[in-house]
Design a protein around this ligand. Structure first.
Ligand code: ATP
Ligand code: MG
Length: 427
């Protein structure tokens, strides 16, 4: 009997070797960037007690109401959920292991998240996030640090056209005051509300502002603004965040409708979005969650953080056709003739001793076909060695992404390429 081949679960992707290369370079870049800011890695389980997410994210949210993979463990009856996001687990782990006992923590994690959404471009049921959390920090400086970090990463990845939206949700008392006004506004237009909004009208009216239903947008735009209810302390905090951003020439737009899809946020919230990815344009989002640590059973402590969607960032990089991450070699060595071939092998090892990534052309062929391979390798440089070069003791060094070729003595080649590489990386 023959069986038809089995398929992966809908909305859960295989990442095949060609694409995995892009993931690996992305992860390298991200890791170096996180280390530059002193964030340390933490790894949590993929499964957590269902109660953790209900308590952290909020019962009346998209995630908890309809997106979680929750089930009862058939072996012992435990109620478990595949994590839909990382903040709740990260805080749970920090509390369980007393990490916040005498110092705040700058942490990051990376990995798969699971949400039962309708699969489409940029929206999957298993997707991947890098999450960054600063636990135990109260001041606006750390909110700004997170935003500056993001801006630096976009620059490193060559991403332009990612814009920052910023808002403040104030503190709990302000949201409570605002809640009454929101309910009054939406009650007055009850016949225009969709099913989700109707359900949330009294349980969680702030969530209505996060609706993506186009038919609801006019009503949402007309809703009373939270800003007028926000207390002085929270306003001052928000102004300080903005001042730091201006000092660093980070552009932002204040979006008073930005509320985020999880209940734990307060004060600063932000999203980085692009218009290049259609409807799934948010590549990174975060903010402050000063109440969460206490809500999960810890001693009250402020915190903030953000998470970015790896699939969306990689899609954006491919959209902008950025080859930078794909360069997995620095030098391609082109060679022709027996003596040149011997010399090329020696030089290849010398360049590797100097820490460079080198592809040595093997198998002969004309200079022209070899140069085509060099271009296709996406290396930064070609080193060309033929009879002339062997005679003169100088290799031809050709930058493959524009610039003049030069002759460089064999013995100076490694040093020369490294010097150029450093200048190139920081330009
Ligand atoms: P969206 O508004 O697009 O549904 P969200 O507000 O639910 O996003 P967050 O919980 O803030 O998303 O997650 C942070 C980031 O993770 C998002 O900005 C996005 O880049 C990514 N992300 C969220 N859900 C998915 C998904 N189902 N598939 C792929 N990426 C996702
Ligand atoms: Mg969502």
């Amino acid at each position: 009997m023959s069986h038809s081949p089995l398929q992966a679960v809908r909305g859960m992707n295989d990442i095949l070797p060609d694409e995995a290369m892009l993931w690996l370079s992305f992860e390298d870049t991200v890791r170096a960037w996180l280390e530059q800011y002193g964030y340390r890695n933490i790894r949590m389980p993929l499964l957590e007690p269902t109660a953790l997410f209900k308590r952290a994210i909020g019962d009346v949210t998209d995630i908890v109401e309809k997106e979680m993979y929750s089930f009862e463990d058939a072996l012992n009856g435990d109620h478990l959920t595949l994590r839909p996001e990382g903040t709740a687990s990260c805080v749970r782990a920090a509390l369980q292991h007393n990490l916040l006992y005498n110092a705040p923590q700058r942490l990051y994690y990376s990995g798969a998240m699971f949400r039962h959404e309708r699969p489409q471009k940029g929206r999957y049921r298993q997707f991947h996030q890098i999450g960054v959390e600063a636990l135990g920090f109260a001041g606006p400086d750390i909110d700004a640090e997170h935003i500056l970090m993001c801006a630096r990463l976009w620059h490193k990845l060559g991403l332009r056209d990612v814009t920052l939206q910023l808002n403040t949700l104030g503190d709990a008392a302000a949201r409570q005051r605002h809640r009454e006004k929101l309910i009054a506004h939406f009650e007055a237009h009850q016949s225009d509300l969709d099913a989700d909004a109707l359900r949330r009208l009294h349980s969680n009216p702030l969530r209505i502002l996060d609706s993506k239903n186009p038919a609801m947008q006019d009503l949402i735009a007309a809703a009373p603004s939270l800003m007028s209810d926000i207390d002085d302390d929270a306003l001052k905090h928000f102004e300080s965040v903005q001042k730091i951003l201006r000092n660093h020439k980070i552009k932002f737009e204040i979006n008073p409708r930005l509320v985020r899809g999880l209940d734990y946020y307060n004060r600063t919230v932000f999203e980085w979005t692009t218009t290049q990815l259609g409807a799934q344009g948010t590549v990174c989002a975060g903010g402050r969650f000063d109440g969460l640590i206490e809500q999960l059973g810890g001693t009250a402590a402020p915190a903030c953080g953000f998470a970015m969607g790896i699939e969306r960032l990689l899609a954006l990089m491919q959209e902008l056709n950025k080859p930078a991450l794909l360069n997995t070699v620095d030098v391609y060595i082109v060679n022709q003739g027996d003596q040149a071939n011997e010399k090329a092998a020696i030089l290849a090892e010398q360049l590797r001793d100097a820490g460079l990534r080198v592809l040595l052309h093997c198998g002969g062929g004309s200079f022209k076909t070899q140069m085509k391979k060099a271009d296709a390798s996406n290396a930064e440089w070609a080193v060309i060695i033929g009879d002339d070069e062997v005679r003169s003791g100088q290799a031809t060094l050709k930058p493959l992404h524009g610039g003049e070729q030069t002759q460089v003595a064999f013995g100076e080649l490694a040093q020369m390429i490294r010097a150029k590489a450093i200048v190139g990386k920081f330009k």
